[in-house]
Write a protein that binds this ligand. Structure first.
Ligand code: GDP
Ligand code: CA
Length: 319
């Protein structure tokens, strides 16, 4: 069985851990990773979502934080701060720095991001094939009003520095229109037996991947079950501030509204949490088969069960 997953950072990575357990032994899992969160810091190319997937599946993640390396220290950051060199709001640890140095060196030598990611994964052995959505530079920007002035900030500045404390007027994946899917992305979608949307952010993770020309179309035309899991439980994101970017695209923070936002042209099946069982009918009325099951990734067993439910729903819609 060939499974394709569109993944952001924490929500995607944790789900993938369960999926690896739930999938048949001979399953091949291809992960199309979001690169809209990428940022250049200290002359280095940082790919937070790709690294979160790689570290989580490779056993190097800081479990409590959900991002960054385990056993991390912050000496380089302190030294940079002593020189007055920022930004100080983005947490790059010493171990993590090494990843960004290797990545930047390879990019400077002319390798595309997809090849660099494959090389980094040789160390981490995530057990999935991880491909960035595109080798082209795409950066999500968020339009906000700061001190009475409207301006666009990098997604990381909005998310990490401002903690999404101001309303987002718009979310723009800058560069997406001219970008091409990375080598292997469209092929993986065309050859997939099932396509999954993990409970990743529908706007700045999955939405950004779908904004790369050709990817949304390829999924819609793949002719295989496409099943998603809601990141919204009980009308709020389980973690983080997804409600702020959903509001920017005019979508309510409810499991049903997110399903309708993806739409029946893309989604065949949608899982909502049991607390949202009352919305199943509404989702089905939108032409998307829906089930209510526990969707909290509290431990590996619970996450594995979620992945099983997603694969079961996929078989149901196929039948
Ligand atoms: P990010 O790039 O690190 O923000 O991660 P993703 O985009 O992959 O996932 C973020 C989303 O995961 C958030 O909107 C959360 O609501 C969702 N999420 C996190 N933990 C859980 C969980 O246990 N269950 C569900 N259903 N969603 C979760
Ligand atoms: Ca992210």
């Amino acid at each position: 069985m060939r499974i394709v997953v569109l993944a952001g950072g924490i929500g995607g990575a944790r789900f993938l851990r369960g999926l690896k357990q739930a999938a048949p032994d001979d399953a091949v899992i291809t992960v199309i990773g979001n690169t809209g969160d990428d940022i250049h810091l200290f002359g280095l190319k940082v790919c937070p979502d790709l690294d979160t997937v790689m570290y989580t599946l490779g056993g190097g993640i800081n479990e409590e934080q959900g991002w960054g390396r385990t056993d991390e220290t912050y000496l380089v950051k302190e030294e940079l701060a002593a020189y007055g060199v920022g930004p100080e709001w983005f947490g790059l640890g010493d171990r993590d720095f090494a990843t960004h140095i290797v990545r930047t060196q390879m990019l400077d030598a002319g390798y595309p991001l997809s090849a660099v990611t494959e090389a980094l994964c040789e160390r981490w052995k995530p057990g999935v094939r991880l491909i960035p959505m595109s080798d082209d530079r795409i950066e999500t920007h968020v339009a906000v009003t700061l001190d009475g002035e409207r301006r666009a900030v990098h997604f990381q500045e909005y998310w990490v520095k401002l903690r999404a404390s101001v309303d987002a007027h718009a979310v723009v994946p800058v560069g997406a229109e001219q970008a091409k899917p990375a080598p292997g992305v469209l092929e993986a979608i065309a050859e997939a037996d099932v396509i999954l949307f993990p409970p990743s952010n529908p706007v700045v993770s999955v939405g950004t991947i779908l904004a790369v020309p050709g990817i949304r179309e390829a999924i819609a035309e793949a002719g295989v079950p496409v099943v998603g899991l809601s990141p919204i439980v009980g009308d709020a994101p389980v973690r983080g501030m997804a409600d702020k970017v959903l509001a920017a695209v005019g979508v309510d923070s409810t499991a049903a509204a997110v399903a309708e936002h993806y739409g029946s042209g893309l989604l065949d099946g949608w899982l909502v949490d049991t607390v949202d069982a009352g919305t199943v009918e509404r989702v089905e009325a939108a032409g998307i088969r829906c089930r209510a099951v526990p969707l909290m990734m509290s431990d590996l067993d619970a996450t594995t069960q979620m992945a099983r439910e997603a694969l079961t729903l996929a078989e149901e819609v196929r039948a």
